[in-house]
Design a protein around this ligand. Structure first.
Ligand code: HEC
Length: 217
């Protein structure tokens, strides 16, 4: 008799399971689905299935008759429009400034003629204090990016400077300000090409700090 009951139960469960059509996009028959479906909003997602879960009442706004999973009528539009659902991502705050992948703010000055460099960099300030460690970092960076043209001492004594009529500037003689050097590294000047794509803004300030120490007073 016991075996009979067990097999009956197994058959009943088997039938019940066979009756479920869950699979793929079909969740099958669900009992109280709002208990196990998260209603958390997913940023960057866009609701496209306007019928899915439409029977779920919007708790936030009773005047909305139905709301589907993962929809958020607060964003993008003032009213919930079921026909044209919006992205869940919030608009950035007004006046938000976009940074690049490294978190740097954009440098807006364009390449200008040598005479105008000091004009466009007026008001700029080196954000770093000229510490010993920073100057040492700047020296290493100078050796990577500048030395082969401007020379070890900055006096344009490199092979490139002495062999070719490029007019490589003597960095020990002139009184270039740090923002001036920053602008020259970023966009180049005269015969010197731009190095902005190779040298990060922070590193440009470090090099500028170091180059100032090369001056012979
Ligand atoms: C490929 C060679 C080359 C490299 C590399 C180079 N420079 Fe120059 N640089 C020049 C030449 C050539 C000039 C002169 C440009 C002119 O007056 O036409 C110059 C000029 C300058 C000036 C003076 C600009 C002015 O206002 O007259 C500064 C400052 C300067 N370079 C800094 C640097 C720094 C810092 C680096 C490293 C990030 C660097 N340079 C890398 C070739 C180079």
């Amino acid at each position: 008799m016991r075996i009979g009951h067990t097999s009956l139960a197994v058959i009943a469960i088997g039938l019940a399971l066979a009756g479920c059509k869950a699979g793929g996009d079909n969740p099958g028959l669900e009992y109280a689905p709002n208990m196990y479906h998260s209603v958390a909003y997913e940023p960057l997602s866009q609701v496209t299935d306007t019928t899915a879960g439409a029977w779920v009442n919007a708790l936030e706004n009773p005047s909305v008759k139905g709301e589907y999973f993962n929809s958020n009528y607060f964003n993008g539009k003032s009213t919930f429009d079921r026909k044209s659902p919006v992205s869940n991502m919030r608009e950035p705050a007004p006046h938000t400034v976009k940074r690049n992948a490294y978190g740097w703010l954009p440098y807006r000055n364009k390449r200008v003629s040598k005479d105008s460099i000091d004009l466009v960099v007026a008001g700029m300030k080196n954000p770093f204090d000229s510490t010993k460690a920073l100057v040492a970092e700047g020296k290493v960076l100078y050796e990577y990016y500048c030395q082969h043209c401007h020379g070890k001492t900055g006096a344009a004594e490199s092979k490139i400077a002495t062999k070719y009529p490029l007019g490589v500037a003597n960095l020990t003689a002139a009184d270039y300000s740090e923002p001036h050097i920053f602008q020259v590294i970023t966009h180049g000047a005269g015969n010197m090409g731009a190095h902005g794509s190779q040298v990060s803004p922070d590193d440009r300030w470090k090099i500028a700090t170091y180059v100032r120490t090369l001056r012979k007073k």
